[in-house]
Design a binder for this molecule. Structure first.
Ligand code: V1S
Ligand code: CA
Ligand code: ZN
Length: 406
């Protein structure tokens, strides 16, 4: 695209592997890796690849993943598949990691909170190992670009899986690529600030660094009392009073911003800019990791916030203005067309092209006339540029529609 230019004064790298798109967590599971296909098509459609260095990600090594995770867990993740799950689960070194079954567990859980039951948060699916080590490899390659000063901003939309624990998967997250990245960064940078705008609390990252004064974690998330079904919004942590491990040198280096449902652009921007600026001023980070979970957008299938793409993107623009080495990661995001809009727009912001993206879709992404398609689904205009903040704007049927078009 003629309007797309390389950013002056800073280099941006984009890390990705299309193999990730083909993964399926299961029919009813909200995490849809093909949201990355939509994102890629928009990014390429607008020509943003000409504004960045693009890298094909390779799988992380087991030794790299062991920098944070339990060696047994890493072995299990690298060997497991739906066919091998039961056999592996019975092996004593893995079986000892199986949680005791509670009567309120709706699915059967195996070791490390993994399961082959339909409806599980962390299912074992075909190609899972490949998927996990690839998204992690992309984050570590992006991190390397920053720590070697080859890039000023590095992007991996397939990463940002903030709930994974040392020896347990949680909330669709298996390997905590964010923790691994920050551990790498600490070899080079004195202090790393982690900012998390996913609608969920970044509990795995916070927990990993709760004793660590060189990492400040700052999560903005939905948090509140029990809902009508007697459940707390996942994962149920991240109260204002959680400030890092009390009595340790990490005390005061975790910040949590619990937010009720329905927060709008203006309110979120007010909180985000004031709190983030004060955190930057006080902590004086040498680098920043920004988890951009898109489930904080209005109309998300799981989220309960009411942000438009523009406001979500303004968080990225704001953090970019700190002019520090910046790692931009994905995370949640369950209404795929809005995820693609947000992450494409944020790719443009990172590469200084945010203002030049036309509101209309690139020509070749427009639906073809019905006569040229097997099913006539072209309806003229394909989705407005910005997310509609509408609670019903989140049906799967709509997402499938966009896949067919592409
Ligand atoms: N909210 C929510 C939600 N929905 C599901 C789910 C629905 C259908 C399935 F087939 C499988 C799972 N799980 C949850 C949440 C987890 C949300 C994770 C968000 C991840 C992130 O965006 O922050 C980062 C990528 N899990 C729960 O609410 C836990 C349960 C309490 C209910 C669901 N069952 C399966 C486990 C226990
Ligand atoms: Ca968050
Ligand atoms: Zn989330």
């Amino acid at each position: 695209d003629k309007g797309i230019t390389r950013p002056r004064g800073h280099k941006v790298s984009f890390h990705y592997n299309s193999q990730i798109e083909d993964m399926h967590f299961g029919k009813t599971h909200p995490m849809k890796p093909w949201r990355l296909t939509l994102t890629k098509h928009l990014v390429l459609g607008y020509g943003l690849q000409f504004a960045m260095d693009t890298y094909q990600a390779v799988a992380a090594g087991k030794d790299q993943v062991r920098a944070f995770h339990d060696p047994d867990y890493v072995d299990f993740l690298s060997e497991v598949a739906p066919e091998t799950f039961e056999g592996l689960s019975r092996m004593p070194r893995f079986a000892k990691h199986t949680p005791a079954k509670h009567e309120y567990d709706s699915v059967d859980l195996g070791p490390f909170n993994l399961s082959t039951s339909p409806g599980a948060d962390c299912p074992v699916f075909d190609g899972m190992s490949t998927y996990l080590f690839l998204y992690t490899g992309a984050t570590l390659a992006a991190t390397h670009q920053l720590t070697t000063q080859n890039s000023d901003i590095a992007i991996n939309w397939s990463g940002g899986l903030h709930h994974a624990h040392k020896s347990e998967a949680s909330g669709f997250c298996y390997i905590n690529d964010i923790v691994l990245s920050i551990l790498d960064m600490l070899r080079v940078y004195a202090r790393v600030l982690y900012i998390d705008i996913d609608v969920h609390h970044g509990d795995g990252v916070e927990e990993a660094f709760q004793r660590q004064p060189r990492v400040m974690t700052l999560s903005y998330h939905r948090y509140g009392p029990y809902d009508d079904t007697g459940h707390k919004f996942f994962p149920g942590t991240g109260d204002l009073g959680d400030i890092g491990l009390r009595g340790s040198v990490g005390e005061h280096f975790a910040l949590n911003v619990p937010i009720p449902s329905g927060i709008d652009d203006r309110q979120y921007k007010y909180l985000f800019e004031n709190i983030t600026q004060r955190a930057i001023d006080a902590f004086k980070p040498s680098a920043i990791v920004l988890q951009c979970g898109a489930d904080s957008l209005g109309g998300d299938r799981l989220g309960q916030f009411n942000l438009n793409v523009k406001a979500h993107g303004e968080c990225v623009a704001f953090v970019k203005r700190a002019r520090l080495p910046l790692l931009i990661l994905g995370g949640g995001g369950y209404t795929a067309r809005n995820v693609a809009r947000a992450w494409c727009y944020e790719t443009a912001i990172a590469s200084d092209n945010g203002a030049t993206l036309p509101a209309a879709l690139p020509m070749h992404l427009l639906p073809r006339p019905a006569a040229f398609t097997k099913r006539g689904h072209g309806n003229g205009t394909l989705f407005p540029t910005f997310a509609r903040s509408h609670p019903n704007d989140c049906r799967d049927a709509d997402n499938e529609y966009m896949v067919k078009v592409l």
